[in-house]
Design a protein around this ligand. Sequence first.
Ligand code: LLP
Length: 433
Amino acid sequence: MNIEARLALFPSSTRIIADRLFIGGCDIEQLAEEYGTPLYVYDRAELDRAASLYRRALTETWPGAWSVTYAGKAFLNPVIARWAAAQGFRVDCTGAGEIGIAVYAGLSPAQILVHGVNKTKEDLQSALRHAGIIVVDNLSELRKIACLVKESKTLPDLWLRFQPGLAVQTHHAATQTGHEGSKFGMNETQIIEAASFCREHGLRLCGIHFHQGSQFRDPAPLQPAIEKALDLAQEIGWKGEWHFSPGGGWGVAYHEDDLPQPDIWEYVRAVTDWTRQACRQRRMELPHLHLEPGRSLVARAGVAIYQVGTIKHIGGRTWLLVDGGMADNPRKALYGARYSCLPVTRLTGEATQTVSIAGPYCESGDILIEEITLPALQEGERIAIPVSGAYQLSMASHYNGARRPAVLMLENGRAHPMLSRETIDDFIRQMHA
Ligand code: LLP
């Protein structure tokens, strides 16, 4: 077991002190005792570090105006929404539910952007009331917006979502979105039709957006997509300020075999270089450039803590059965995602066993880690799975009556609750007897 390599997946503040894991100055074993497990912790310093990498890279490589929108689908609650706003970022909300969280957190319309492939009337009404930007996915949605703005007092900025017909290489086909055959966005003809519709109906069209997929580490396919999007922008013929968003999707390393971490600077520089070149070739003014990262902002800041309940040997395998799994982290079951982990105590013990780590749920796919070498753990000891900050809790379920874990923000040796552990009462409250 290469502890150093595994530690490189954890937040930068992670330390081993007296053979115990500390994150953000907090003793993880103590927090697990106090708050129970499964427990999710976020390291504030790591969140800030990722945010400042984006800010620095954009400042250094893009001569014009830029902004960052945090893709709230990765993990959203009021504390995280306010954290994003404090970084000067917008929050991308998918539908009325996420808009509701951002509004509850106190965000203003200028801080909210709305996405969604099938926005309901409720989603659109909420977006018109609370968001500064709506990214329009399709022509049907645009017609609905045209009707609704007549009743609403606000006229949001509209961007059009383009389907470039080009995929990025992701960990799983389910997280590719820009290819032909995807359900997202509009093709060239539809974008041009949407632009004319906006002109005819006095809608404020001011941007073009695409998002090719999530968890990629080779930016190359962005270049032809940027070119195609700028051709369309040229055809639409914006005068003065216009907005361009090549989405998000930059990846992170989940396992020590995926190291080094994909470099945020390399990604931003590729986007800004290619956008600048494409504008120069077309003699276009530089757009206001937007990036929309989710995972690369929050994944590494989050760590999931579980307790080993049962150790079981069967069929030549040793199973560490822990108290969480696919109900709080369905990513292995959905995408075959490969995670790593460290024990929370007795960290530096010799790694003598290869184990599989699985959860308590009634499905064979409820596995967190297929095979990993660890020091011999005992029942009652705890493990920490790094890179757990994105698309885990936001995709959590109540399978087998699972209650959602508590979530803490760790900062300078203090733990601030972000979410209480869900209780049985919480989820049966909506049920009718
Ligand atoms: N913008 C749009 C329009 C998106 O659909 C997404 C992610 C993002 C930005 C942010 O992508 P990110 O920077 O976080 O990769 N559940 C999957 C990921 C689904 C991504 C959905 N859209 C997973 O766990 O890998």
